[in-house]
Each structure stands twice: as C-alpha cells, then as structure tokens.
Design a protein around this ligand. Structure first.
Ligand code: ADP
Ligand code: MG
Length: 388
C-alpha cells in the first residue's frame, strides 16, 4: 500500500473537514495485458491491477448534505442525500455520486457523508482512473455504513455509475481488475460467466505503459463499426456452425479458418481478431503457468499484429512503439492496450531492464513525433480493499 499517499489524503481530509476520517478504502487502476475487444464478445481478458491507485476517505456528514472533495484540486461538490440526479457541472464527482446512489438502492444508508479522494493514477492515460474512483468510493461507503457487498456486485455498481452518471458505456473489465488484482498476478476474466481467477505472472515481471498522447479522429465511428462487424460475424457463424453461437466467444480459430472464405471481408477480419485474442488469452495463461515468459511475450506481439491487420485499431504512434520493442532485447512482448486508435502500448519487461527499455522507447519516439510519450513502470499489484 502507498503509505505516503494515504497520509497525504488523511492530512487533506483533516484540513478540509476539520475532523479525522472514520472510513477509508484504496483502489488501484488497471492495465489490459491480453484480450483486446473481447469483453463485449463475451470472451476473455488478462489484465492487472497496477501499483497506482486512489484513497477515498470519509466520515458521517453532520446534516443531509453529501460532500465530495477532489484532493489534488481541493475542490468540493455537494448534493442533498435524496437527490439522485447526475450533476452536469461536476462530472468528476458524478462517479462517486453514481456509486453512492447504486449502493443506496440495495443497502440501508440513512445518513449523508463527507468524502475526500486523493489519487496518483494519471487521468485519461488508459490506466482507468475512473474505475479506481468508483471502486475506491464504493468500498469506502461499505466501511462507513458497515455494509457488505460481494466483489462482483461492487464491480457492477461501479460500471452502472460510469454508464448512468458519467455517460461512458464501458464494459466491467476495469472495475473487476481493480477489485480482483493481486501482487505479481494477472486477473483472468470470463465476460460470459463473469468468473474471475488470478494467474501468477512469475519471475517478478513488470510492464512499461507508454502513453502516446495521441488521439485520432473518427474513433466513435470506428468503434461502432467494429462492434457491428463482430455482431454480424457472430450471426454468420450461428448460421453455419452446428452448435449454438450467441457471441464470437463461441467460435474457435479452426471454425474461423474453415468458414472465413465465405464471409464478408470486414466481418471476417474483425472476427479473426476477436477469436484470435480469445485463443491467445487461453494460451497465454497456460504459458504463464509453465513460466514460459518468452512464449507469453510473443503472444503480445501477435496480438498487436492482429490489431494492425485484422481489427485495424492501431495507429502510427502505437506501431512505432511496438516496432521498437520488437528490436529491443529487454522488451519481452508489446501490444496496444485498451480501445486502440491512440492511447497506450504495454511492454513486458524484467524490472532490471526498465530504465534501458524505457529510454530506448522514449528517445526515438520524441525524435519521430516531436512530442514525448509518457513511460510508466507498472507492477501487477494488490487489488482494492478497505483500509479502515
Ligand atoms: P481513465 O479512466 O482512462 O483514466 P476516464 O476519462 O475514463 O479516463 O476517467 C477520467 C475521469 O475520471 C476524469 O476526467 C475525472 O472526471 C475522473 N477522475 C478520476 N480520477 C480523478 C481524480 N484524481 N481527480 C479528479 N477527477 C478524477
Ligand atoms: Mg475510464
């Protein structure tokens, strides 16, 4: 746990509210390691909770007003305990409000709260500061009101807050990763059954997450096209296979290879990526069980190649980073992480190589694009928990 961050949060709480907090929780951000665009196809993802997170601290409110303070800005948003509407003027506070409303719908929560959060997860860098905020505040409320909520339900409350209060139609991978993370382990999620297990990463490996700071136009249109083609492909396979297909999760690579020639070009390409990613997640967790790090790294490179050729959700900046990584001896694997079309690349490294690999990426990147990429060392870390 990041003790210095907690102490700073506690000091800020006291300064703002003039009393000590009585409840606190920690929740980390996350990184997607393998399994790209598989969640809405009811497939598999390997992800990790990261070593950066948020502390949410709270105490009962003396009146009916709920107060939320963003600790880095020392800015407050407030609402009446019975007001359940999203606040358009304080989008950042809506994540917490949405979680509070979601919890209140299922638990007895009679009194208002004073809350402050303080985070070291960079915002909008593909490390899911938003899920950390949702899960951190959710667990903080559990402590404050002395209620227990199963992990999966908490993840779904966080996701609902993101949908209904922040307007982001995300899957539930971010919240699950934050809750189920373990030190030196990956989180393997099944997005059909919502079963979650941990896979040891072994050999004390870590990641470099390289944020391209690139945003490309037409992302929404491209995203919708990908989803539509995945659905189209699933419908195609439902028609030709002799077992039930409700999502691309039900299609094997062999079945894809057999039927792809009679498919519409883009339905074939998009589904090749999803079916391939599901296969790679299964292979990848088996390789990690055998401690075959090189094999796992190769699957990360293969995943990126499939993004380039099949899903077409990469971009020049991401390809540049992964291309460099293929040449750097200490870079064991690399791929785009998250939606694509910009955002971050994730590189698998040994801790001893962090400096050299980081520099071998950031220097050439800046020379090529005229702006730096942020390179952060990420260790798979403990998941969210109540502190007090
Ligand atoms: P990501 O989750 O990838 O970091 P998002 O755009 O989904 O990016 O979430 C970022 C948003 O979450 C911010 O714009 C803000 O509204 C909210 N947020 C998360 N962490 C903080 C924080 N420490 N302070 C203020 N707002 C935060
Ligand atoms: Mg987010």
């Amino acid at each position: 746990m990041n003790d210095a961050l907690y102490k700073e949060a506690a000091d800020k709480f006291k300064t703002w509210y003039g009393c000590e907090h009585t409840a606190a929780a920690y929740a980390p951000g996350r990184v997607e390691v393998l399994g790209n665009h598989t969640d809405y196809n009811e497939g598999f993802v390997l992800s990790a909770a990261i070593n950066m997170g948020i502390f949410c601290l709270a105490a009962p409110s003396p009146d009916n007003t709920c107060r939320i303070v963003a600790g880095d800005l020392m800015k407050e948003a407030s609402f009446d305990i019975d007001d359940a509407s999203p606040d358009p003027d304080n989008m950042w506070a809506n994540y917490v409000k949405g979680v509070f409303v979601g919890l209140r719908e299922r638990c007895n929560i009679p009194t208002a709260f004073n809350l402050l959060f303080f985070s070291n997860v960079p915002l909008g860098s593909g490390l899911s500061s938003s899920a950390a905020l949702e899960i951190g505040s959710g667990l903080c409320f559990c402590s404050l009101y002395d209620v227990e909520v199963p992990k999966l339900d908490m993840a779904l409350i966080g996701q609902a807050a993101e949908h209904n209060y922040a307007g982001v139609m995300c899957g539930v991978m971010d919240q699950i990763s934050s809750l189920y993370g373990k030190a030196n382990q990956l989180v393997k999620s099944d997005f059909r059954s919502l079963e979650v297990e941990n896979t040891p990463l072994g050999e004390d490996l870590c990641f470099l997450v390289c944020n391209t700071n690139a945003k490309h136009a037409l992302v929404d249109g491209a995203y919708n096209e990908r989803r539509q083609k995945c659905e189209e492909a699933a419908a195609f396979f439902a028609g030709v296979l002799d077992h039930p297909v409700t999502a691309l999760r039900d299609v094997s690579m062999e079945e894809w290879t057999q039927h792809a020639p009679s498919m519409e070009t883009y339905a074939a390409k998009r589904s090749a990526h999803v079916v391939g990613e599901n296969t790679r997640v299964q292979q990848g967790s088996e390789l990690l069980q055998k401690n075959d790090v090189a094999g796992f790294g190769q699957l990360m490179f293969d995943s990126h190649q499939s993004s380039i050729e099949n899903f077409e959700n990469s971009c020049e900046e991401l390809d540049f980073i992964v291309g460099l990584a293929r040449q750097i001896p200490g870079a064991l694997g690399a791929r785009l992480s998250g939606g694509g079309f910009g955002g971050s690349a994730v590189v698998l490294v040994h801790p001893r190589d962090v400096e050299t690999v980081g520099q071998a990426i950031s220097g050439p990147y800046e020379k090529q694009f005229g702006h730096p990429c942020d390179v952060r060392m990420i260790t798979p870390s403990e998941g969210a928990h109540i502190v007090v």
